[in-house]
Design a protein around this ligand. Structure first.
Ligand SMILES: C[S@@+](CC[C@H](N)C(=O)[O-])C[C@H]1O[C@@H](n2cnc3c(N)ncnc32)[C@H](O)[C@@H]1O
Length: 279
């Protein structure tokens, strides 16, 4: 059966790379570089080092796993991803690159399912739980926070990049209806998109303290939209780049335009969030 999260992102990337996030466009102009820059920012915010035992939730096609292993030199890597085809891709690349242990410690599954954590972690307790540009897709982000807390080692760190609402909108407004339509077509539960204050409360109620939220919207949302416009032009010219299929082009064009509008109208914010397990 076709999956919503598949290998379509390969066409956005340079050959050999398969990132699938919105990118951090502060000084990057290429999609693969911008995606890597967003992952780097998350790894730094999380404080990854060579002692870290990482659980990566929603690792996409696995490029970020190589960054945790090769750049941050983490001690152990585990993870889960809902997409079967992406997980197979990530496992194959880890095995080819000489990381057989990590290839077996990443699993296909829903991070809202406690059994998936047990399968991926065995008896290990992660020092870090990461979610790069994916927690808004989870069935319930609050339940993910609770499972992250349950599984983390004492004083473990949770770090993610995520969307939040700039401010609540009246349920009858056009903005509200457009937002609801876009969330539905993007497979995002409405309950996951909450304002900053509510987000902080959800972290605190799930057992996290020292929470930090850094708003990076201006370096994410317009940059992604620009990159999709460039890609459409390249697609029209054809030649050097891989061609994105019609449905992929529509999907990314709609997403790019929506994010540009949501940023300009200050409807959504994109942030790096980190917090420490309390108690
Ligand atoms: C926007 S992509 C980001 C992928 C990757 N983190 C990256 O930066 O390239 C969202 C990812 O979240 C994963 N995902 C969505 N819902 C999930 C769930 N409930 N459990 C685990 N992974 C999930 C998808 O399979 C997809 O790989």
């Amino acid at each position: 059966m076709a999956e919503f999260h598949d290998l379509a992102e390969l066409a956005l990337n340079r050959d050999g790379e398969s990132w699938g996030n919105l990118g951090y466009w502060k000084s990057e102009t290429d999609y693969s570089d911008a995606c890597r820059a967003l992952a780097l920012l998350l790894g730094e915010q999380a404080g990854l080092d060579d002692q870290a035992v990482v659980f990566d939730a929603g690792f996409g096609c696995g490029d970020q796993l190589h960054l945790w292993l090769e750049h941050f030199r983490v001690a152990q890597l585990h993870g889960a991803n809902l997409s079967r085809i992406q997980t197979d891709h990530a496992k194959a690349r880890l095995a080819e690159s000489g990381f057989p242990a990590a290839a077996t410690a990443i699993v296909q599954g829903d991070v809202n399912d406690p059994k998936v954590w047990t399968t991926a972690l065995g008896s290990n307790q992660p020092s870090h739980v990461l979610a790069l540009d994916c927690a808004y897709h989870f069935t319930s982000r609050v339940d993910f926070f609770r499972l992250a807390r349950q599984n983390l080692a004492p004083a473990g760190r949770l770090a993610l990049t995520d969307f939040m609402l700039a401010e609540p909108h009246g349920s009858g407004s056009l903005v509200y209806w457009l937002l609801r339509w876009m969330l539905k077509r993007s497979h995002i539960a409405e309950a996951n998109i909450v304002p900053r204050d509510r987000y902080l409360c959800q972290l605190a109620e799930s057992g996290f303290g020292e929470s930090q939220i850094v708003d990076i919207s201006e370096h994410v949302m317009p940059g992604f939209a620009r990159s999709i416009r460039r890609l459409r032009q390249q697609n029209a010219v054809t030649g050097s780049r891989k061609i994105l299929g019609w449905s992929g082009l529509v999907k990314y064009t709609v997403t790019g335009r929506f994010l540009e509008w949501a940023h300009r109208r200050s409807i959504l914010r994109y942030c790096v969030i980190s917090a420490t397990k309390t108690g």
